[in-house]
Design a protein around this ligand. Structure first.
Ligand SMILES: *Cc1c(COP(=O)(O)O)cnc(C)c1O
Length: 380
């Protein structure tokens, strides 16, 4: 019988080490592995760019959490995203959601356009508008749901149906939802990418990434590029992500519980113009979020009244919330997307998306929620 999520998070890939019986997967801090005879490798290990046992454990573990067959670990979310994109050939076309992670937008626009890949950024929350944008050379549809920072929800099943009818691959960045709340492979997505820097590691102490797929051919292609181009994580970082994942389920439950209470608090506050959280009935895609996710996550965005001055003084006053980029750690973080995380977006793109000076994004941590609410109340 297939074990349940929480059990797999702790055990899959992490069987006791056979030589010593160590219960925790060791950090195999080695660059090379001895061979018994030329080409005769122990367990397939030869050189650590290609394989490392700590990394293998993490790859099996993340694949299992996504209900996938094959996992790959990367040194950053951007490395995972870039390696997947390197499968494409000059002249290929990618359709991406318009409020894709700003670093993904930047690497598409500033790095992958140079070797002649084409990108269009469109609002994929309206699946019917997608078909008009598909061209003969469209090879990938790139999704992010919930998106960052506006937490738009994309109907994953509708998009993957359209993609399959047109022989196009779908890739989703599942960093915000995590496999605890959303399993895109079960909705027809071909490739899941992650920044493990965020919830999967969960403790704001490493940079990492991952790819998961059910397709052997795609896996072989991506692994080949990873090994050839060299985008590999170190064993210590893999160990830390594995350690973080053991508590993913209980962390996500608490992130969501706290976020829901804070979203409801903010929605009633007179200094707040509007709150965006997929778990609120006021979210335009609340029903869709409820249908395709098993929870709403720990990120809230909201608009404060009073322009940049109000945002600035609020963000200077918070004490438990740290004013910092990133998200998904046990500690609560808060930030100003227009000035901090989304500066690489051109001004007109920010305006079109609604990333204004009044927009604040918070990653709700797992502290006591009453302390978090006191901090916000005092600072507003
Ligand atoms: C942080 C993030 C990335 C990039 O990951 P790094 O680990 O910082 O390279 C990609 N997508 C999303 C949604 C992210 O939040």
């Amino acid at each position: 019988m297939k074990q349940r999520f929480e059990t797999r998070a702790i055990h899959t890939g992490c069987e006791p080490e056979p030589v010593t019986g160590a219960v925790v997967t060791p950090i195999f801090q080695t660059s090379t592995f001895v061979q018994e005879s030329p080409g005769k490798k122990k367990e397939g290990y030869a050189y650590a760019r290609t394989h490392n046992p700590t990394r293998t454990a993490l790859e099996k573990n993340i694949a299992s959490l996504e209900d996938g067959n094959y996992g790959l670990a990367f040194p950053s979310g951007m490395a995972a995203i870039s390696t997947v994109t390197q499968m494409l050939n000059a002249g290929d076309h990618v359709i991406s959601c318009d409020d894709v992670y700003s670093g993904t937008f930047r690497v598409f626009e500033k790095v992958f356009k140079r070797p002649n890949l084409e990108f269009d950024f469109i609002d994929l929350t309206k699946p019917h508008s997608l078909e008009k944008q598909i061209k003969d050379n469209t090879k990938i549809i790139w999704l992010e749901s919930p998106s960052n920072p506006l937490l738009k929800i994309t109907d994953i099943k509708s998009i993957t149906n359209i993609a399959k009818n047109n022989n196009i691959l779908t890739v989703i960045d599942n960093t915000f939802a995590t496999p605890f709340f959303q399993k895109p492979l079960n909705l027809g997505v071909d490739i899941v990418v992650h920044s493990t820097t965020k919830y999967l590691n969960g403790h704001s102490d490493i940079i990492g990434g991952a790819v998961v797929t059910n397709d052997r051919e795609l896996y072989d292609k991506i692994r080949f590029i990873q090994n050839a181009a060299g985008s590999v994580p170190g064993p210590f970082d893999c160990f830390l992500v594995l350690r973080g994942i053991k508590t993913l389920a209980i962390r996500m439950e608490r992130h969501q519980e706290n976020a829901m209470k804070i979203a409801q608090f903010l929605e009633k506050h007179t200094k707040v113009r509007k709150v965006i959280y997929p778990g609120l009935k006021s979210h335009p895609q609340y029903e869709l979020a409820k249908r395709q996710m098993s929870g709403f996550g720990g990120i809230i965005s909201f608009f404060i009244k009073g322009g940049l001055d109000a945002s600035r003084s609020f963000l200077e006053r918070v004490e438990i919330f740290s004013l910092a980029e990133s998200l998904g750690g046990v500690e609560s973080l808060i930030e100003h997307p227009a000035i901090m995380t989304h500066t690489s977006l051109p001004k007109e793109v920010k305006e079109k998306l609604g990333i204004s000076d009044e927009l604040i994004r918070m990653s709700v941590g797992i502290e006591n929620v009453d302390d978090l609410i006191d901090d916000l109340e005092k600072s507003l």
